[in-house]
Design a protein around this ligand. Structure first.
Ligand code: SF4
Ligand code: SF4
Length: 338
């Protein structure tokens, strides 16, 4: 697969990256053996760029995958590992990097991001950012950046001191793109949802164009809008792969057939009537377990969670981009894939 230089990170990455979230506990929930084999398959097919995160709880799968790759003769510099943390202060960020190094058994992390930066958080989490700068100077991480769904945050990344890259949400319909703070949950009133703060595709394009022009590496998530754009698979991928400011497109995949289909797409061999099977990708709230605490609502940057008639959470499929944030935030694990 074609490789490209990811801006200031100085890493050469495949045009399509592998989003590891898709094999984790909120999605396909593949066990270490099966999950690591799938990642290895992706590597064999030319994908060398892998994205995970502290809270995905998938470092054991990554470790198993990397061991298999190295045992098979791959060298460390052939594989680009990106991970990220929601850490809000310096100490937590240092712990997050050490955790990633230890749990994946690595000597360095290629790219470490401040995860899911929302409006206003660049200032609030400045201690975590300073820690990342220091960790880069110490050689524990090679490049640093931010991930975000927010256009105003992406815009600021271009001017963030020592920022090497930005990992942002972008798709043809602008699904899940935010702008401004989303607030917290209100009372448990039927129909309540956090007020919408929708950003536009055009605003994100402009922000990422600025990042690209400033030399940052730009890679994107949610090209298929969490499955909502699956019916227009080819058009959705055409859009994001043809943006001149995008170096790489991270795609969540959880089966060999999805990887094969992506390769067919990139090689222009995909059938005209292709529609991916996304039937196993629906998150729902189990009302037998939900206690209505609203943590999922706070975690959802897309305003997709609302209170149903019984005061318990419900997911609006039309707004959901399948990021899994709500499931990880739920204290009683009531959000499940069915
Ligand atoms: S976080 Fe979990 S328990 Fe709380 S409202 Fe959401 S689904 Fe229910
Ligand atoms: S409902 Fe959950 S999975 Fe869907 S967009 Fe919101 S946080 Fe992400």
């Amino acid at each position: 697969m074609e490789k490209t230089l990811l801006g200031k990170t100085e890493k050469k990455v495949s045009r399509a990256g592998f989003g590891v979230l898709a094999i984790g506990r909120t999605h396909r929930d593949l066990k270490d053996e099966e999950g690591s084999d799938l990642l290895l398959y992706g590597l064999e097919k030319g994908i060398n760029f892998f994205d995970t995160a502290q809270y995905y709880e998938e470092y054991p799968v990554m470790k198993a995958f990397l061991k298999k790759a190295f045992d098979g003769g791959r060298s460390r510099d052939e594989i680009v590992i990106c991970t990220k943390s929601l850490a809000e202060d310096a100490g937590s960020m240092r712990d997050a990097v050490d955790e990633a190094l230890n749990e994946m058994d690595l000597g360095y992390i290629d790219i470490f991001l401040m995860h899911e930066v929302r409006s206003g958080q660049l200032e609030e989490r400045s201690g975590a950012w300073e820690a990342l700068r220091e960790l880069k100077a110490e050689g524990k991480v090679h490049a640093i950046g931010i991930s975000t769904h927010h256009t105003d945050v992406a815009e600021k990344a271009a001017e963030l001191r020592d920022c090497d890259c930005v990992f942002a949400l972008l798709n043809a319909e602008g699904l899940g793109i935010r702008k401004g703070e989303t607030g917290g949950p209100g009372e448990r009133l039927p129909g309540y949802r956090i007020p919408d703060r929708q950003g536009t595709r055009e605003e994100m394009e402009e922000a990422l164009g600025k990042c690209h022009d400033a030399g940052l590496g730009v890679f994107t998530m949610k090209a298929l809008g969490g499955g909502n754009l699956a019916a227009d698979y080819r058009e959705a991928l055409d859009y994001v792969f043809s943006r001149s400011f995008v170096h790489s497109v991270m795609l969540g995949m959880s089966s060999r057939s999805e990887i094969n289909d992506l390769l067919d797409y990139l090689e222009g061999k995909l059938g005209e009537d292709y529609v991916p099977d996304v039937s196993d990708k629906v998150l729902k709230v189990n009302h037998d377990d939900c206690v209505g605490c609203g943590e999922c609502m706070k975690a959802c940057a897309s305003g997709a969670v609302y209170y149903g008639d019984d005061g318990l959470s419900v997911i609006d499929r039309d707004r959901c981009i399948d990021c899994g944030y709500c499931a990880y935030a739920c204290p009683v694990r009531a959000i499940i894939r069915v």
